[in-house]
Design a protein around this ligand. Structure first.
Ligand SMILES: C[S@@+](CC[C@H](N)C(=O)[O-])C[C@H]1O[C@@H](n2cnc3c(N)ncnc32)[C@H](O)[C@@H]1O
Length: 274
């Protein structure tokens, strides 16, 4: 499953979508923005801010927490975490266009003193050791090929007793060659393993108190509703964006729906303690 072009995954094309949505809000170029008015388009995972609320509760995130997010996308989760809890967040994002949009949105939400955006590959960047109380990641780890290095880096930068919390993909049954190619192109999947291997990787890296929850049926339902909702509002989306962007999004939403209801792809949330 090796493909070096992340833009083959259609969710990541057309960053213009974000600026089109701002124009639709009547806030194209200036004025402050609120975290809530962005949440219908700046959360690139399942169940939007509800998923972030779950993590806040589970990890008891508060204003004293020092958080690093791996694969922060447009910065939606990081801004929501900062606004809701007062925590400081370092948000690491690989794609420059997503990072730039995230910096822009965070500034307009007046959260730039709480959220620091860093552009780069988490595996290649240096962070202070024994520093963060919580590492979080929503649907980014399966993009990153070297799980051993990834988890070792996580252990290094977490404080003793710090926690890792992730939403991610794994598999129930191995994929055939065609599926591997599709998942590589359309999901930029670079690390998909069985649920038991997922747990073993965490243990071998030195994590304890590992808890893994199967989210597949919940995410499958979410992707079905999302697809239907997008279809039902196709006129609105075509007006705000354009035909090409709409077809692009429908392709991606349909792909996610097909794999999450296919019986092989597993959606999980996992937490573990250093
Ligand atoms: C599905 S998006 C989720 C974004 C964000 N977590 C959210 O839920 O809104 C996953 C993000 O991980 C980023 N990513 C993938 N590999 C990465 C890496 N090695 N380092 C940093 N970010 C990475 C991608 O560019 C993408 O924006």
């Amino acid at each position: 499953m090796q493909n070096d072009n992340i833009k083959s995954m259609k969710l990541y094309n057309f960053i213009d979508r974000i600026y089109n949505e701002l124009r639709e809000l009547g806030k194209a170029n200036s004025g402050s923005l609120s975290v809530n008015e962005l949440s219908s388009f700046d959360q690139l995972h399942y169940h939007g801010t509800q998923a972030i609320d779950f993590a806040i509760k589970k990890l008891n995130i508060n204003h004293k927490s020092k958080i690093l997010e791996i694969g922060s996308g447009l910065g939606g989760p990081a801004r929501y975490l900062a606004k809701k809890t007062g925590a400081n967040i370092t948000a690491v994002e690989l794609q420059e266009d997503h990072h730039d949009a995230a910096v822009y949105l965070t500034k307009r939400c007046n959260l730039d003193s709480k959220v620091e955006h860093i552009c780069g590959d988490f595996l290649q960047l240096e962070f202070p050791k024994n520093h963060y109380t919580v590492l979080v990641s929503w649907l980014a780890l399966y993009h990153i090929p070297n799980r051993k290095k990834l988890l070792n880096n996580c252990i290094d930068i977490l404080k003793p007793d710090g926690h890792l919390y992730v939403e991610d993909f794994a598999f129930f049954k191995p994929f055939d060659d065609n599926e591997k190619i599709e998942l590589s192109n359309d999901f930029f999947a670079n690390y998909l393993v069985s649920l038991s291997q997922y747990e073993t990787d965490l243990k071998e890296a030195g994590f304890s108190k590992i808890f893994i929850e199967d989210m597949t049926s919940s995410w499958s339902k979410f992707t079905k509703d999302r697809y239907k909702n997008y279809q039902d509002n196709i006129d609105r989306h075509t007006r705000v964006h354009n035909e090409i962007i709409v077809q692009n999004m429908l392709y991606f939403y349909s792909f996610a729906m097909r794999y999450l209801s296919g019986g092989k792809l597993a959606g999980i949330r996992a937490s573990a303690k250093k």
